[in-house]
Write a protein that binds this ligand. Structure first.
Ligand code: C2E
Ligand code: MG
Ligand code: MG
Length: 409
């Protein structure tokens, strides 16, 4: 009898049931939720009780670390409820953990081995290969990098190491410049340019994301007059978008910060767009709904980023005040060779038409993708085919060259 509990399995056993026996393969550890068990060493007539374990105790945990067979038998003494922790599940969780946690886990394992007087070839079978963790030198380097980046990040704003890049967004099929997405960069003094994909998750964990978000918002709003000048006739409807992450969306301060930034720089609210990812929305539905309602009331546009990656139902699209849907680049990049990606984009475009949202395809890398998206009714494109993200200083000469190429076309 089992049922699932947060990925762990529950087992209800009657009295005098064997949980496992000497020689069984060890695939799981158990925690006693209620009841008690006896632990028996040896087999046949030589079998003897070595322990009785009650509620809260864990047993069989060595199986989480190795692939050895059981060296003891465990039997219930009364009706007992157990939570079963499968080795494969723990390995999966560990692989998703950050490098520092993985590194600590490996250190603890090695300490456990040496304090038990066992080396990697001893009979317990706790070998370096038996748990699916990356090799120690890689792990060590990754953990050290994470720790030092986390440490240095707190300095990055005050030391002017953050830069805001802008990537153009263009209309399809005319290919006229419509606006920009702002994308943060960290120029680390010794490690060079660090991608937001690496440091934004770190900043979210340490809480620094609120200061970084404030810096980005302030920078984008300050740069808006220069950006809007590059848009020519489209400046009236032009925009710059700013990415917000989950902790920012859940903070009460964000609406006040956006309002203050707009007022201080006398920027029209419709020229600012907020981008938030589907995953952030789904994980924090209630607080996101509240924040978005306030942002919409300010007149700010709201784009749903990375659409299609959140594996969620679509009900939330109707409940939240999105103005734009950004189709994730993983589908756009595959649309020529994957029927599935093509169909997902087609459905996303139909959905955005029926909800009267603008649609932007991300990751447009060539002319044929731009043409196909345009023929499918996608209103806007963004990607290396048009331009890579660039510093403000490069924007006006890029726009000039792009505009003159497009007016010749
Ligand atoms: P995103 O918001 O989905 O941004 C699009 C990412 O795709 C950017 O990566 C951009 O450089 C990249 N990209 C655009 N066109 C192409 C293309 O044609 N081909 C390829 N291969 N890539 C393309 P980037 O700048 O590294 O940013 C990664 C993610 O980091 C962003 O994904 C966003 O989620 C996050 N991020 C960036 N800036 C900020 C920020 O200021 N605040 C927050 N909270 N997150 C940010
Ligand atoms: Mg974005
Ligand atoms: Mg995106």
């Amino acid at each position: 009898m089992t049922d699932d509990y947060l990925g762990f399995k529950r087992e209800n056993l009657a009295a005098q049931c064997a949980v496992f026996e000497v020689g069984d393969s060890g695939e799981a550890a158990y925690v006693i939720e209620s009841g008690c068990v006896e632990v028996l060493a040896g087999t046949g007539d030589a079998q003897r009780r070595v322990a009785v374990l009650a509620e809260g105790a864990m047993f069989g945990e060595i199986a989480l670390l190795d692939h050895q067979s059981r060296t003891a038998t465990v039997r219930t003494l009364v009706p007992t409820r157990l939570v079963r922790i499968d080795r494969t599940h723990v390995e999966e969780l560990l692989q998703r953990a950050d490098p520092v946690v993985q590194y600590l886990m490996r250190l603890l394992l090695e300490r456990f081995r040496s304090s038990s007087g066992r080396d990697s070839t001893a009979s317990t079978g706790i070998t370096a290969q038996s748990i699916a963790l990356p090799a120690p030198p890689d792990l060590h380097a990754a953990a050290v990098r994470t720790l030092s980046l986390a440490h240095d990040l707190s300095n990055a704003i005050d030391s002017n190491q953050l830069e805001l890049y802008y990537q153009p967004i263009v209309t399809l099929p005319q290919q006229k410049l419509a606006g920009y997405e702002s994308l943060v960069r960290w120029r680390h003094p010794s490690m060079g340019l660090i991608s937001p994909a690496e440091f934004v998750p770190l900043a979210e964990k340490t809480g620094l994301i609120h200061r970084i978000g404030q810096w980005v918002l302030h920078r984008a709003v300050t740069d808006w007059p220069a950006l809007s000048q590059t848009l020519g006739a489209a400046a009236q409807e032009g925009f710059v978008s700013v990415n917000l992450s989950a902790p920012e969306l859940c903070s009460d301060a964000i609406v006040d910060n956006v309002r203050a930034a707009l007022t201080t720089h006398n920027m029209p609210a419709q020229a600012l767009r907020i981008e938030l990812t589907e995953t952030a929305v789904i994980a924090n539905m209630q607080s996101v709904a509240r924040t978005l309602a306030h942002l919409q009331a300010l007149g700010v546009g709201i784009a749903l980023d990375d659409f299609g990656t959140g594996y969620a139902g679509l009900d939330y699209l109707q409940q939240l005040p999105f103005s734009t849907l950004k189709i994730d680049m993983s589908f756009v990049m595959q649309m020529h060779n994957s029927q599935r990606s093509y169909q997902i984009i087609k459905s996303a475009l139909e959905l955005s038409r029926s909800l009267q949202l603008q649609s932007i395809a991300e990751g447009v890398e060539d002319a044929s993708t731009a043409a196909l998206l345009s023929s499918m009714g996608c209103g806007y494109g963004q990607g290396y085919y048009f331009a890579k993200p660039m510093p403000l200083s490069a924007v006006s000469s890029w726009a000039l060259a792009f505009g003159s190429v497009n007016s010749e076309a």
